[in-house]
Design a protein around this ligand. Structure first.
Ligand code: NAD
Length: 476
């Protein structure tokens, strides 16, 4: 997607990395060891479909094995290539380090447009791709654990998990070979929406940071903020839904691949989503203005711009005209290195991808732990917690009656207090804690160092520091 006069996605990530390491004092040679991609495997395989053999090309790239397993999604798109997969694998290394998910970085991709195939054909293709990767240990609960990304979902993850189980019938931890699975196939509550939920928590963390808000020239809370979102897929849909329904944001524009919808009063995300689901396009949606040149809306006035589709969409050709004071990178690599520089000079604040979309890998980590422990989170504690809370409520009510105090606990309080945390509550709590902690680490560097003037460099400093620490501990 990067225009011809800009570096590739991979080079763009490296340029951003280099900016940060220039401010660090790493042992000689370690910088390069961290930056390079360890290995990329290319596979070409055939699948018989519609009476003939079709050949597909896929990749699995391992950027860093300083921790294992390595982790990263599998993308289905015609734009997939080695350069893109390696850039995304590198981002996974930095992302996992930043949010303390104990993984190295990896990524995979298959060069297809999933819309060209029916479900049965996609299952055949996915299983064959998985087979090629599994037999080389490039999908394995201890070594390499994929997840969904653009063009894939829990459906593909269930096929991959099943394929692994068929090939490793005695591996008791087999289901942990992939995350983002449906609940009935070993998934975890809250994974599907985790990346979008993480974007919401990241924005909440940003809006608690008064210094950060000041740098962006924003005031107040999220309520009423005008948001433009690009891509109403898994990440974009959930982020837009939660921000509008729970934080009072106004989604003034939704940009999709075939145009954009715009409404100054705010769009109904659920209605737009179901329109796209039915018609496969945003065109024809009644309650909004339609703009055929969707990408133009990236430049429209708003408070928060959320690119949640693909990389390179904010580049040297449009960065100067982007008006949003705050950009949160829900997609991976939506801002090129060149555009990043332009925007920094303009004073635009960017919440970087490696932090903003880390909700997905965070909950994937919880899913992997759940799979390895073979028990649902909360199963052992929930009733015990409820029983202890019941004791407190009973005692308060007894005291009130004995002493004639006339206290009554409101039914709403009792209902909430007495309910023990189930898996979804625990996942949300763990995700919120992760996003808040990582924001604090990143913003501390941003605000306290004179030589750091943006959140991306701060994020790189924190994460590269952690990767370097683990290399040091290993004696490398
Ligand atoms: P998805 O396939 O569910 O959705 C992508 C959406 O973007 C689709 O609605 C598609 O129509 C739209 N789109 C494609 N090209 C477009 C264009 N040129 N202009 C506007 N819209 C366009 O993918 P996703 O899982 O939501 O991933 C989106 C981004 O988030 C990717 O960069 C991905 O790497 C990143 N991400 C995803 C996850 C995850 O858990 N799914 C986690 C971390 C990061």
């Amino acid at each position: 997607m990067n225009p011809a006069n800009e570096p590739s996605f991979r080079d763009s990530v490296d340029l951003m990395f280099n900016r940060a390491v220039a401010l660090m004092d790493l042992p000689p040679g370690l910088e390069e060891k961290i930056r390079v991609c360890n290995a990329t495997y290319t596979v070409r395989f055939g699948v018989r479909l519609r009476g003939r053999i079709h050949t597909f090309t896929g990749y699995r790239s391992v950027h860093s094995e300083h921790m294992e397993p390595v982790k990263g999604g599998i993308r289905y798109s015609t734009a997939v290539n080695q350069n893109e997969v390696e850039a995304l694998a590198a981002l996974m290394t930095y992302k996992c380090a930043l949010v303390d998910a104990p993984f190295g970085g990896s990524k995979g991709g298959l060069c297809i447009d999933p819309r060209d195939y029916d479900e049965h054909e996609l299952e055949l293709i996915t299983r064959r791709f998985a087979y090629e990767l599994i037999k080389r240990d490039m999908i394995n609960p201890a070594q390499n654990v994929p997840a969904p990304d653009m063009g894939t979902s829990e459906r593909e993850m269930a096929w991959i998990a099943d394929q692994y189980k068929r090939m490793n019938t005695t591996d008791i931890n087999g289901v942990a070979c992939v995350t983002g699975k449906p609940i009935n196939a070993g998934g975890i509550q809250g994974r599907t929406e985790a990346t979008g939920r993480g974007v919401q928590y990241a924005l909440r963390a940003f809006f608690r940071d008064t210094q950060g808000l000041e740098k962006a020239g924003l005031k107040g809370g999220l309520e009423g903020k005008r948001v433009i979102i690009q891509g109403l897929g898994n990440v974009g849909y959930h982020a837009a839904k939660f921000l509008s329904e729970e934080d009072g944001c106004k989604i003034t524009s939704i940009i999709e691949r075939d145009g954009a919808l715009h409404s100054a009063d705010g769009l109904n995300v659920e209605a737009v989503h179901s329109w796209i689901g039915k018609h496969g396009t945003v065109k024809g949606y009644a309650d909004a203005a339609f703009e055929a040149d969707g990408a133009k809306m990236l430049e429209a006035e708003c408070d928060i711009l959320i690119p949640a589709a693909l990389e390179g969409v904010i580049n040297l050709s449009n960065a100067e005209r982007v008006q949003a004071p705050l950009i949160i990178e829900a997609a991976n690599g939506p801002v090129t290195a060149g555009a990043d520089e332009v925007l920094r000079k303009k004073g635009t604040v960017i919440v970087p991808d490696m932090y903003a979309n880390a909700g997905g890998v965070t909950v994937s980590y919880f899913e992997w732990v759940k799979n390895l422990s073979h028990i649902r989170f909360g199963r052992m504690q929930r009733r015990a917690e409820e029983a202890r809370h019941q004791l407190v409520v009973d005692e308060l009510e007894r005291l009130s009656a004995d002493k004639g105090l006339g206290w009554t606990l409101s039914p709403n309080f009792k209902e909430k207090y007495l309910r023990g945390a189930g898996e979804l509550e625990l996942v949300r709590s763990g995700l919120d804690d992760t996003m808040s902690t990582a924001y604090e680490a990143m913003s501390h560097v941003w605000h306290s160092r004179d030589d750091v003037d943006d959140l991306r460099t701060a994020a790189y400093l924190v994460s590269i520091g952690k990767v370097a620490e683990s290399y040091r501990a290993k004696g490398l």
